[in-house]
Design a protein around this ligand. Structure first.
Ligand code: COA
Ligand code: ZN
Length: 312
């Protein structure tokens, strides 16, 4: 039986948070509506963060209210604190994605809290979300390395995952925020986490900053992970992580998993059409190796002289 995978499209949040040009609210809504037709399990629509921290997503309320929700797609939003959770309750995403870092310095730089403060905050958010019937996934940033602190001890990631699972996390996403992960490290941490928090679905979130994105995705897949974040066109990056660049591109993830016989539910042609519209969306060229080359069975007309030289 081929494995069924869940693809979570994060470009409207992880992608647009990093773009320099202002993307109008109506264009974001049209973009998310086009993504909704592609067959994703989840779409991360926006973030309920401080508009001072992430000005490009200050229109979170309008975007969440403006999109057309398609049955079968879960619409999520990133939340860093209680204020964000209150905004989410009003906007009614299907799930929220809480965030903290596995490393101390990135947590302080990104969220202006210590890890201990973030953990306490997220526990409080999860308690409040239970009352509001809002499932909470938690993303652990910098789980494979931190641009400030360097190596991150896997035992610290595991301890945080356990604490979050005990506090009621509906899922945990392990994030390679600045593309520091490598395949054997990914396999090892994914295996350990599955043992540490059995029954809590794990997602892997990869950035392709050093060209190891797909290799890391395959390592996670081989270690048993079946939920993947991706950003169409390879958009993305954390503005508070020096050297951050785009996520692994969703179209390349889907193309790879199609090739090895997995079922992602995502229509590659529809997705590539959306990627083709993204340069206009963000006002700069957006592409990926796959978007340029086309799927592996793309066929070209043979040179015109062949028929003359080889008539049969
Ligand atoms: N949504 C909207 N506004 C918020 C908010 C939220 N979730 N949380 C705080 N604010 C507002 C406060 O109301 C306050 O507003 P004021 O200055 O008008 O009074 C201001 O932001 C500062 O509040 P404070 O609690 O002191 O927050 P902070 O300045 O210490 O910032 C975070 C903490 C977490 C809100 C901020 O660092 C943040 O949003 N980070 C997100 C980073 C991110 O998304 N990175 C990329 C994804 S990994
Ligand atoms: Zn990211």
């Amino acid at each position: 039986m081929s494995r069924r995978l869940e693809i979570n499209e994060v470009s409207p949040r992880d992608g647009l948070q990093m773009e320099r040009n202002n993307v109008p609210t109506e264009s974001k809504i049209a973009f998310i509506d086009a993504l909704s037709a592609c067959g994703f399990a989840r779409i991360e629509v926006t973030s309920y963060t401080s508009p001072k921290a992430i000005p490009t997503l200050a229109d979170a309320e309008a975007v969440m209210a403006g999109i057309e929700r398609v049955a079968g797609v879960k619409y999520t939003a990133l939340v860093p604190n209680l204020r964000g959770m209150e905004r989410a309750v009003a906007g009614r995403p299907d799930e929220i994605n809480l965030v903290m870092s596995a490393s101390e310095t990135h947590n302080r730089a990104n969220l202006r809290m210590t890890r201990a403060q973030s953990l306490a905050t997220l526990k409080e958010v999860m308690r409040a979300a239970e009352g509001a019937d809002l499932p909470c996934n938690v993303s652990l940033s910098t789980a494979f390395g931190c641009p400030f602190d360097g190596e991150v001890d896997p035992q610290e990631v595991i301890a945080l995952a356990r604490a979050l699972a005990d506090a009621g996390a509906a899922g945990i996403t392990v994030c390679d925020t600045t593309g520091m992960a490598y395949p054997t490290q990914v396999a090892s941490l994914c295996e350990q986490l599955q043992q540490a928090v059995p029954g809590v679905p794990l997602t892997i979130h990869l950035h392709n900053t050093r060209g190891m994105g797909l290799a890391n995705a395959l390592a996670a897949f081989n270690a048993g992970i079946d939920r993947f974040d991706g950003a169409s066109g390879g958009l993305g990056g954390c503005p508070y992580a020096p050297g951050a660049s785009g996520n692994v591109s969703t179209e390349e993830l889907v193309h790879m998993f199609d090739a090895i016989g997995c079922r992602t539910g995502v229509g590659l042609d529809a997705l590539l059409a959306v990627v083709g519209s993204m340069s206009d969306l963000v006002g700069r060229p957006v592409s990926s190796q796959l978007a340029q080359a086309g799927p592996r069975l793309r066929r070209f007309a043979p040179p015109s002289w062949l028929a003359e030289k080889f008539p049969q």
